[in-house]
Design a protein. Structure first.
Length: 197
């Protein structure tokens, strides 16, 4: 819309309306081993997540809504690989500063599979929007933001085959920076989604 601010700030979440994306700070949670989540909050399931963040899941949710994302709020997600996870496709990447430049990797590069297929297939994740509860969004209470294994309480889910397998995903240490510097997660709506007016 004319006169609409190009940048919106929600806590630590910075929304870039022109780019249809937003970013927020994250940290490395674990460098090896099995994982069921790509991102949880500091008070979420940190024993099984690649990254963690202090950001409020509601701010991530509102940022996606502002950009025109349409969540399904599904209470159940199908493990059938032929059945799509309902929601909005989003592209997720992780960035950090190295010398004078920004290094950016797709989120898929940080996760390998135990079936020998290598890193996750590059494709959009699905913003399902978390289950609604009497107390609000389940993601706010549980802290699950991006799930590898199906979780209707998470804001964003993995649509790939194997999303029901809790032993399939492991951290790919080769892609992580060697130190614990600040990282940013960047979430972008797919180009086909019309902006919310």
């Amino acid at each position: 819309a004319p006169g609409q601010a190009e940048t919106v700030v929600l806590g630590d979440v910075v929304v870039d309306a022109a780019d249809r994306s937003f970013r927020f700070p994250i940290t490395i949670n674990q460098r090896s081993g099995p994982v069921e989540y790509a991102l949880v909050t500091d008070t979420g399931k940190t024993h099984e997540s690649v990254f963690r963040t202090a950001v409020d899941p509601m701010h991530v949710h509102v940022a996606l809504l502002l950009l025109g994302g349409e969540p399904s709020y599904a209470t159940q997600l199908s493990a059938d690989p032929l059945e799509a996870v309902p929601g909005e496709p989003v592209i997720i990447s992780v960035a950090w500063q190295e010398a004078e430049r920004e290094v950016v990797h797709p989120l898929e590069d940080f996760i390998i599979t135990t079936d020998g297929a290598g890193t996750l297939k590059p494709e959009p994740w699905i913003y399902n929007g978390s289950m609604r509860q009497a107390t609000g969004l389940a993601a706010q209470e549980g802290g699950s933001i991006v799930a590898l294994q199906l979780d209707a309480e998470a804001l964003i889910n993995n649509p790939r085959p194997g999303r029901f397998n809790d032993e399939l995903h492991r951290v790919n240490p080769a892609t992580l920076p060697p130190d614990d510097r600040e990282l940013h997660m960047i979430i972008r709506l797919s180009i086909t989604t019309p902006p919310r007016s």
